[in-house]
Structures are given as C-alpha cells and as structure tokens.
Design a protein. Sequence first.
Lengths: 131, 131
Amino acid sequence: MTRQRSVILEELRKVDTHPTADDLYNIVRMRLPHISLGTVYRNLEYLVASGEIARLESAGSSMRFDGDVSGHQHVRCVHCGRVADLVYPPAVPALHGIRVEGFDKIVGVRVEFDGVCERCAPRADAASPPE
Amino acid sequence: MTRQRSVILEELRKVDTHPTADDLYNIVRMRLPHISLGTVYRNLEYLVASGEIARLESAGSSMRFDGDVSGHQHVRCVHCGRVADLVYPPAVPALHGIRVEGFDKIVGVRVEFDGVCERCAPRADAASPPE
DNA sequence: GTAATTGCAAAGCATTTGCAGTAAG
DNA sequence: CTTACTGCAAATGCTTTGCAATTAC
C-alpha cells in the first residue's frame, strides 16, 4: 500500500461524483503534485480487482469509478455524462430462473437510469460539460 | 439514402450479434469492398440519430449496435464482451415517481445482465475473443 | 446543379505499457 | 534485500474529422 494508492482510495471515497480517472488525477494532484496519470490508472485497476472500489459499467467516452461498493443504482445525464446515485433504489429483477441461449450462467444485473441533470436542463440541446 | 447506408442497415438487421463498428465493417466489406471504416462510423451515427438502429449503452472497449430497436434487454459476457438478447425479459422498474437529487427528469431505464457465455465457460479465467 | 456523402489519411482521446529508477516491507 | 510500484513517455485502440472527389436527388 503506497502513499499514491492510499490517497487515491481516500479521495475517491470522499466524493459522490463518480469521477473519471482524469478527474481523480486532478483531485489527487493537489496532495501529490508529482503523481502520474498512469499511476492513477494502475491503482484504480488494482482497487477494482481487490473489490475496494467499483468501476461503472455504463457506456461513455471515459470510465467512471465509485468508492461506494454497496449495491445501489445510478442515473446518468444523457447530455453531460454526470452520474448520480439513486437514493431510493427500486427493486432489481431477480437473477434466479433467467435463461439466455448461448450463456451458461448469469452472474449479475444492473439497473441504470438515464436523465437530464439540472445543469443541462435549461439548454437541453447542447451538452454542458461536467463540473 | 446511399448504397453504403442501406447495406449497413440491412446487414445490421440480419444479425443478432450486436456487432461493433469494426465487425460491421468486415461484414459490409463483403458486399462493398471499397467502403471505409469512417463511412461505417458516420452511417451508424446517422442511423442511431434517426432511430433506425440502437447503440448499446453498456461499457466495453468498443461500441456495439443493434438493428432491433424494440424494447428488450441484454446479457453481456463478462469475459469476451459478446452480447445476447434476453428472450423472456423480466419487467423493468417503472420510471414513474423516481426522484434523484440534481436531476430534473428521468427519461429511461435499462436493465442489463452480466453472464458467462458458452464459449468462455470452459476456460473462465482467460477471455476468449468474440466470433 | 447543389447538397450530402464518400474514401482516405491524419488527428484526437482515453487507456495501457515498457523501462529505468524508487520505495515498501 | 527483494519485489512491487512509480514517473515518464511512447504506444495502442477506438472513434472522429478535414478534405477533395463522388454520388444522390
């Protein structure tokens, strides 16, 4: 557990914004000015593999990460890509009994919502960048 | 409606494999040997915008497209990324009444399953490439 | 004839990787 | 000490874009 890894984990757990690797790089750089983006990527991968953080599985030009690994659901703004948590998550369909031709086993479900965030709503045609 | 666009649409509607742009490029090239990958991308974007096809919203290194725009759900192989349709889709949560702080409106839900496909199951550690 | 579209090649981004030097245990 | 990790920079892979030539209508 290097200093870089612990700062990345700590900062990711502080926010609820589901940052991209680059967002996190900018956050972490305030405490570790010489950290490299490659190190951020390598540690995020390590932390996902060890189950300490989660990688969001929704499409978008960049990956987003979540310091909260408890089961919950997300809304993504269709304009800017910002992701928020659902506070009162609806029940997800049961995996039990689902069969798909060509698949041996089903190991997970994900329920994701698309929405328009407050910042994008006023000008719903043009995308507004996150933050 | 150019020949390129109609062949892309026709070939995408023929398959149920949710191909990537590059998969489709290889399929279409059998009929139009001089088509370029850029043209495939531009037409896929056009067809998504016009609602004739759908872009899958699940993460992965490349985008996947679907010629079937009717509401249905997908399973993705966590090893190779292959995507299949759910034949008997479970009910999706209702949008009605969902509220998320910071979001003005919720416009869609997606239910996605993760699984291990037949081809990957025998050797579940190593990813086997699609096709 | 005009506007939209094409093929090609180059550019753009996000992510990954090789490597020599550095830090952790 | 030894192994794992870092910073840097180059490489990769997918997607987008500029442009002159071509095609659709």
